[in-house]
Design a protein around this ligand. Structure first.
Ligand code: ADP
Length: 447
């Protein structure tokens, strides 16, 4: 087991990882920018190192500073959290070259999954169902037209280097295709420095369902069931649940089995998420994330397993603590992402939190690094906390969520709490009857 872990992140996830390290009796080092000296995880860590000024590229994305902090403090492993360097293959390689363990998969696996064309090809080879589409990058309009005619309109053009929903364009007819192809290419080139694009069938009303998987790096793979993350705004997840209201146990076991086997065959190590669109009873792979996800606590709630403990165990060579048959799904969990944003316009609302009171009681978990008097710096993501509610079934979970939202107080700034108070009373949400477009349509109606 590791002696000392350096946490290369900030906010709620830094605190989340710190808690897991403390429980395992591992010493903790956190790195932080000058804007985060007052953060809760900095206060609670055994050691902290200031690695630079507020802009992320000079601090949280500064590989040299982070490696230097490891050397100075004698950390033997780094947990990258999510975002920042968590899917940076070069970072994983550099740590390995310094004999520091990256708590995550190998640089090569990160690289494969970071290239969407390569990821899709790999998924297909491993027996994972994918969206019908081009075999690889599309070279010209002629090829685009041929592929689109083959799979049928509407189609979506996507950037191979894509992320955050950028570089994606839908074409409903052949007449739209030329413009869609050119715009997707130029957006991709500008955003990612790589204008490779591919085509796939555009699904009209899918749900976003993702499988939590783990590999031990030695040929064993397990799945921890799915999360339904269909409630999105601009491709950003807002509300996540486990299990999905749309799946039954049989479907879960079937797709879970496919994913676990794929992870085993790949020789993958650590936590991963295989993301699918789900429509008319079929799963279509869209991408794999090679890290812990923001929404992992809903999986923890229904399985009772600490996924960060598992990540640390696997990375230290201790293997997984569970076999597939030990993983049971108990009840229902929902996570609401609480952002420092105007709940109508979603514009960021940094500032000082004058009063912060979190709900409590059975089945309630709040992951947040903020406190009364905390000043939210304007430089980073607006997520300030996550409310995770667990119940014996979805109905109980929703009743408890409504109560917890009523108790939650965040004064001094605007937050997305009022949005969740509206959603929890909505009949479609109560019935679990929504797809990936539901939230945007709902928000457009409310304006
Ligand atoms: P990114 O990495 O940019 O987030 P993804 O491939 O994960 O890109 O897709 C992001 C979102 O775009 C999906 O959650 C879905 O809403 C939409 N999307 C992607 N592919 C398709 C498709 N084939 N049909 C319909 N919607 C899609």
């Amino acid at each position: 087991m590791f002696q000392k872990i350096l946490i290369a992140n900030r906010g709620e996830i830094a605190l989340r990882v710190l808690r897991a390290c403390k429980e395992l009796g591992i010493q903790t080092v956190v790195v932080h920018s000058t804007a985060d000296s007052d953060a809760m995880h900095v206060r609670l860590a055994d050691e902290s190192v200031c690695i630079g000024p507020p802009p992320s590229r000079e601090s949280y994305l500064n590989i040299h500073q982070i490696v230097a902090a490891c050397e100075i403090t004698g950390a033997d492993a780094v947990h990258p959290g999510y975002g920042f360097l968590s899917e940076n293959a070069k970072f994983a390689d550099i740590l390995a070259a310094h004999n520091i363990t990256f708590i995550g998969p190998s640089g090569d696996h990160i690289r494969i999954m970071g290239d969407k064309i390569e990821a899709k090809r790999t998924a297909k080879r491993l027996g994972i169902p994918v969206v019908p589409g081009s075999d690889g990058a599309i070279s010209d309009e002629k090829e685009a037209k041929r592929v689109a005619a083959e799979i049928g309109y509407p189609v979506i053009i996507k950037a191979s280097a894509g992320g955050g929903g950028r570089g994606m364009k839908v074409a409903r007819t052949e007449a739209d295709l030329e413009v869609a192809l050119q715009t997707a290419k130029s957006e991709a080139g500008a955003a990612f420095g790589d204008d490779a694009v591919y085509i796939e069938k555009y699904l009209e009303k899918p749900r976003h369902i993702e499988l939590q998987v783990f590999g031990d790096g030695a040929g064993r793979g397990v799945h921890f069931g799915e999360r339904d993350c269909s409630l999105q705004r601009r491709h950003q997840k807002v509300w996540e649940e486990a299990n999905s209201p749309a799946l039954n146990a049989e479907e879960r076991a079937r797709i879970g089995g496919i994913c676990a086997k794929a992870i085993a065959d790949l020789g993958y190590s650590g936590a991963g998420t295989i993301e699918f669109l789900y429509e008319n009873g079929e799963f279509y792979f869209i991408e794999m994330n090679t890290r812990l996800q923001v929404e992992h606590p809903v999986t923890e709630a229904i399985t009772g397993i600490d996924l960060v403990h598992e990540q640390i165990r696997v990375a230290s060579g201790g293997g997984l603590s569970v076999r597939q048959e030990d993983i049971k799904f108990n009840g229902h969990a929902i996570e609401c992402r609480i952002n420092a944003e105007d709940p109508r316009t979603f514009t960021p609302s940094p500032g000082t939190i004058t009063h912060f009171h979190t709900p409590g009681g059975l089945g309630i978990r709040v992951d947040s690094g903020v406190y009364s008097g905390y000043r939210i710096p304007p430089y980073y993501d607006s997520l300030i906390g996550k409310l995770i509610v667990h119940g014996r079934n979805r109905v109980e979970c929703m009743m408890r969520l409504r109560r917890a939202l009523d108790e939650f107080v965040v004064d001094g700034i605007k937050t997305t709490l009022p949005l969740f108070r509206d959603l929890v009373g909505n009949p479609d949400i109560a019935n679990g009857d929504y797809d990936i477009h539901w939230l945007e349509k709902y928000l457009a109606k409310e304006d």
